[in-house]
Ligand binder design. Structure first.
Ligand code: ZN
Length: 117
């Protein structure tokens, strides 16, 4: 068993797929894969990988696609921080992630763009 298979197996029992919670992806409903294990202060799932604490959505994305592109963060399209469904994770720059979010800065960025079209 490779180390990534071992991590994946260890995480399997802690994912909960609730068919009532999810988003549409490419025209089809895709349920969230919600982490039921430990969370960090930001509300993201966390897991130890080779002695290092990692966010579960990043691990899930890396297990599916190989790695998170350098310099990118993963935007939860479903707005569910516990979710690790790779189809719900969009690699974007930190700036774009803020722009898409509900923070006052994100709202101001979108308003600025709308006004300056
Ligand atoms: Zn999701």
């Amino acid at each position: 068993m490779t180390s990534s298979e071992a991590v994946s197996n260890r995480m399997t029992s802690k994912w909960l797929v609730d068919p009532a919670v999810g988003i549409e992806v490419n025209g089809a409903f895709e349920p969230c894969k919600q982490w039921t294990g430990a969370l960090d202060r930001g509300g993201y799932g966390k897991v130890s990988v080779e002695g290092k604490t990692c966010r579960t959505h990043r691990v899930s994305y890396a297990l599916e696609y190989g790695s998170v592109p350098e310099g990118m963060v993963l935007d939860h399209l479903c707005k569910n921080r516990r979710c690790g469904n790779p189809l719900h994770l969009d690699p974007v720059t930190q700036k774009e992630n803020v722009r898409r979010g509900d923070s006052p800065v994100g709202k101001a960025m979108r308003l600025f763009e709308a006004v300056n079209k």
